[in-house]
Each structure stands twice: as structure tokens, then as C-alpha cells.
Write a protein that binds this ligand. Sequence first.
Ligand SMILES: CSC[C@H]1O[C@@H](n2cnc3c(O)ncnc32)[C@H](O)[C@@H]1O
Ligand SMILES: [Zn+2]
Length: 429
Amino acid sequence: MGTLVVKDGRVLRPDGSIDRADVRIDRTAGRIDAIGADLFGDDHLDASGGLVVPGLVNAHTHVAMTLLRGVADDKPLQAWLEEDIWPLEAHLTPSAVRAGTELGLVEMIRSGTTAFADMYFHMPEVVAAVEKSGLRARLGYGSITVGKDADAARQECRDGLAFAREYDGAADGRIRTAFMPHSLTTVGEQFLREFVPEARAADLPVHLHANENREEVAPIVEEHGQRPLAYAADCGLLDADDFLAHAVHLADGEIDLLAERGTGVVHCPASNMKLASGMAPVQRLLDAGVPVALGTDGAASNNDLDVFGEMRDAALVGKLAADDASAVDAQSAVEMATAGGADVLGFESGRIEAGANADLAVLDLDAPHLTPQHDLVSHLVYAARGSDVRHTVCDGQVLMADREVQTLDADAVRERAISEATALLDRAA
Ligand SMILES: CSC[C@H]1O[C@@H](n2cnc3c(O)ncnc32)[C@H](O)[C@@H]1O
Ligand SMILES: [Zn+2]
């Protein structure tokens, strides 16, 4: 396969500095092997006039929810899930999930995302779509036990573990898996106590929604007499490779617990604002040393999968939450979307440095909204958009060149998603 050189761009380094350099990729290893001046390789990708950044990481989403984009807006979490989303999801089929996932993967490739975590249904379809797309992912079947009898509930968790065991390492290692109980209120205590140790035995991380809004926190405190994360730790959760989505409503002791354990938090600012869940204490999490990543959540609560939007929202709402304009600065937002996200998902990505996974994006800088160029880190967070991405590379493979997605047929994917979304809403009507 040889080498690929990303040529003549400016390169964002892990310390936030930017310099003119070429990036050489060993395509067989899928790794960056050199960064420097005038590098030669077997193939070249033109980055002149552009900025080479680590591929963005979307560390919490439900990709196939692209099919539900715009079906239910302007409601709080519980009403949105119970009145709209879950009744529709009951009619999902494997082919609907495949179509919605491929649509989301095209959207992510086009906006420079190279790795993501997905919790959803019909996950073998997601595996097949990710394999074809060339992206990197941490995948899990979302187990829900509430409202099910004990046998069905146990089967939900068994299915989640079986999926994770079977597909870990798929797509030449680009796919890793996790056990993904949906949340502390939708998965019963007995099932957490039974199945989390099985996940540990299989060396699988655990990913779940936690402390998302006040209505989710209150019943846990009432039923268990503990804050949610103390209860989670009691149930065997919060290992160093586990990661929680949202973590909006946190007591001081819960932040300390996350820091002590090294458990990751995926901050989902747009979803938290849209569902009026609250403002996560992101600067306090960063100050405490908690690993923080960014996620879009699903496209029905965002309503897109563009991580550039998440960087901007994280910086803006982070300042409001801290009542401090210096909180969650641009460099912090970029780190959460790149190296921080990769670390939380357990990937050796998110940094343009020799030895790292060759996951990167090249942005065009010649747009009016990116002019003048006093500070490109500032531009990445406060001015750039996903549509500024010109090339996307993952694992050394070019997934998009000059805005043309190479691995999926974007027009066909869009047509199929439209027909599956229409059929899904017809079935549910
Ligand atoms: C069991 S698969 C995942 C499940 O989660 C639902 N979901 C989407 N967004 C959220 C959110 O913000 N909090 C909790 N659950 C969410 C999704 O619709 C699936 O049913
Ligand atoms: Zn979610």
C-alpha cells in the first residue's frame, strides 16, 4: 500500500501550535510515520492553503437517529423519548438502521469526523456500515430492561454482551465495542450487578447515559438513597475505561469520584441545550482532571452530527455555566474534540504526531468566514463549520477527497435514507 503524503498544509500539533509541514502516512500500518518539510511518498493529497487537524471524535451518538431528524423537537428528554422517539424506534428494522447509519456516516466523513461511539439497535448493521465507510468506532447494543419481565430483561443484557464480544476488533481493528446499558434509570440494579462483572471479565468498557437532567437524578436518589454516581460505583461501574454521556447534574463528590476513577465524560452541549437538560460543569470537570470528550448525541436532539458545532457550543455554554468568559477556551474545546475524545474511546488517535493513527482532516481556509487568520485555533472553534472540510483520512485511507466521499455513494445513501425514513413513519402511523 505504501505511503501517502498530505502535502503543503499547515499542521495543528498536539500542543496547539501550528506550522507548515507535510504529514507522511504509512498506509499499511494506518499510522503517521513522519511530519516535516518536503516529504516524499507514493501518493499525495494536496493540503495547500489548508489546515491539517486530527480527525474529530464524536464520542456519543446514536447514528441511525438521522432518520428521526426533525420528527420531534422542542420537548424535554422524558416526554421526547416516551411520546415520540421510543414509539417510532419500536418500528425500526435492520434495513432502516443500516440506511440511517450510512447517512450519518456520510455526514460525519463530510464534516471531518473519523471516530465515534454509537449506542443503538440492530448493531450488526452498524458494524457492516462502519466497515464499508472506513471510519473507526466504539459500538454497543443499547440494553434497556425497564418495562420488561425478568427473562426478557436478562436477554437484553445478554444480547448487549454477546454483540460486544463477537464484534470487538472487527474491520481490521477499527471497530471496538463496549457493554452499553442505556442508563441508571432504564436498566435495573439486579441486571447491572449481574452483567457489569461479565463485561469486566471480557475486558469491555461500559458506556451509559448518566446525570442527564434533574428528572433522571431524583428517582435514583429516592430509590437508592445515594447520588447517581455513588450508586453507579456500587454497581461496579466507573472504571477508568468506562465513559458516561451527558453528566450534567453533578455534585462536587461525583466530580471527585470521576477524577479518582479516571472515568470519561462525554459532554453533549447541543443536546443538553435543546432538551433543556442543563449546563454541564465542564470547566470544573477539566480542572478536576476528568477526561472529557464531545458528542453530538443523536440527530433528533441536535439536529446534526457536525462536531465543529459541538466545539463551538461547548465553548459558549461552558462560559455561561462557569459565569466566566475565560472558561472552556478554544484550545480546551479542540482538545476535547480530538485527543480527549480519542483517549475516552480508547483509540491512539486525535494527535498529528509520528506513531499515532493516521486519522486526520484537511480544512480549506480560503472562505470569507475564516478571514483574516489571526488565530486558527480560534477559527476551528468559533468560526469553522463541517462544510469547510476538504479531505478526510482514517486509518491511512482517504475517505473523502476534494469533498467527494470515496467509500460510500453519498447520493444513493441519501435516497435510501429518505425512503427508509418515510417507510418508518408510515409503519408507526
Ligand atoms: C437503547 S439504544 C439508545 C437509546 O437512547 C435514546 N436516546 C437518544 N438520546 C438520548 C438522550 O439524550 N438520553 C437518553 N436516551 C437517549 C435513543 O433514542 C435510543 O432509544
Ligand atoms: Zn444519547
